[in-house]
Design a protein around this ligand. Structure first.
Ligand code: SF4
Length: 380
């Protein structure tokens, strides 16, 4: 066995499920690039490369502190041994701190407060770090930490188009980033963030040739899809997070005011604009939806050309769901195996995505299932 490339005895996709469910303990918490804490979407993670795949693995969560997986201090080449309950499984490595983190804008803002590196080669930014859904406990999405990184001073509230363009250009030139994810908190107003994403995408595209995925709630008017696309957005994410109205209303009462049916209308309108496989949605498994509920919605999504990026829910410290359990590796396997089969059957592939989470794939083992062609998997 070559320890650098083959992590035995478990198939890589199962190991990723385990690492994302249990997290890892790090002997040296400073290893690799700075970990994500707070912010929109998944957090409290660190990027780790194993078997050629870069994945986001929880390191700051409560389960991670008790994980059976331990990553040793990296050697001079950035390689570390990973073990489970003392048994060495192989080697992993950490993407290095990107060079653009060392720069600041002319007005003195560190580039790392404007955008950050996700996975191995994705530049990610939250254009607007506030959200109408985050104002009160009764409306907030209970898994979200968008206000935490702002309160801690790790980011700024509003990234201007000019700042985003400046940082994107540097990240391409200095660190070779391959695509960009622009998400946003939901502002007041009916466009639900589409307007600021449009002006941001336009500015970045004018500065550098970088594929961009924009992420927002379905806007009031489907004409926004053509506007975002014309401005330079190559891909679009509209994230259901949970798939049943019951779970949506209990976990994300504000965002659940936009119904699942409205999401599907928006998907149907967006796919002809962006193309099959260029529209995606993020689904957090483990919030209460059953395997059957998730697979039923994924079946509907894949039939209309939307890529369902199913990731394990990981609780973020300081959020109302910080003590909510992560889904088991078996639960993830029971969803990702059949989902990979649906993707194969409908011709949707993560490698064909031009930009975004589906292309990056670091928050889920899904793309590894896809690559292995394990479409018929599922063990429970
Ligand atoms: S899958 Fe999306 S959220 Fe996860 S690391 Fe990649 S770009 Fe970031």
């Amino acid at each position: 066995m070559d320890p650098a490339t083959d992590l035995q005895p478990m198939p890589t996709e199962h190991l990723i499920n385990e690492l994302q469910s249990y997290g890892v303990r790090l002997v040296d918490p400073r290893a690799g690039a700075e970990s994500r804490r707070g912010g929109a979407g998944p957090s409290d993670h660190k990027a780790l490369t194993l078997d050629g795949m870069t994945v986001m693995v929880p390191v700051h969560t409560a389960p991670a502190f008790e994980s059976p997986y331990l990553v040793e201090k990296p050697d001079a080449y950035g390689r570390s041994r990973i073990s489970r309950d003392g048994l060495v499984l192989g080697e992993v490595s950490f993407p290095l701190q990107p060079k653009f983190y060392g720069l600041t804008t002319a007005d003195g803002i560190p580039y790392s407060k404007i955008a950050v590196l996700h996975g191995r080669d994705v530049l990610a930014t939250t254009v607007l770090q506030t959200c109408i859904r985050y104002q009160s406990r009764t409306k907030t999405c209970q898994f979200c930490a968008i206000g935490q990184s702002l309160a801690a001073g790790r980011t700024i509230e509003r990234k201007t188009p000019a700042q985003l363009a400046e940082v994107a250009k540097a990240a391409v030139e200095l660190d070779g980033v391959k695509h960009m994810v622009m998400t946003t908190g939901t502002p007041p107003g009916k466009d639900r963030g589409a307007a600021i994403l449009t002006e941001s995408a336009r500015a970045v595209k004018a500065a550098v040739d970088l594929p961009i995925q924009v992420q927002c709630e379905p806007p009031d008017d489907d004409a926004w899809f053509a506007r975002m696309h014309a401005a330079g957005a190559d891909a679009l994410g509209m994230h259901l997070e949970a798939v049943t109205e019951e779970v949506r209303h209990s976990i994300m009462p504000g965002k659940a005011q936009v119904s699942v049916e409205r999401y599907f209308q928006a998907f149907e309108a967006a796919v002809p604009v962006f193309g099959r496989g260029q529209v995606s949605t993020y689904i957090l498994a483990g919030l209460g939806d059953s395997r059957e509920d998730i697979l039923k919605v994924c079946d509907r999504l894949t039939r209309i050309g939307v890529y369902p990026f199913v990731v394990p829910f990981v609780p973020i410290s300081g959020t109302p769901l910080e003590s909510h359990p992560t889904p088991s590796p078996a639960f993830m396997n029971s969803i990702l195996g059949p989902l990979a089969g649906m993707l194969l059957a409908t011709g949707l592939k993560s490698i064909d995505a031009k930009a975004g989470c589906a292309k990056c794939g670091a928050c889920s083992a899904l793309s590894t299932y896809e690559r292995r062609g394990r479409g018929q998997g599922g063990c429970s």
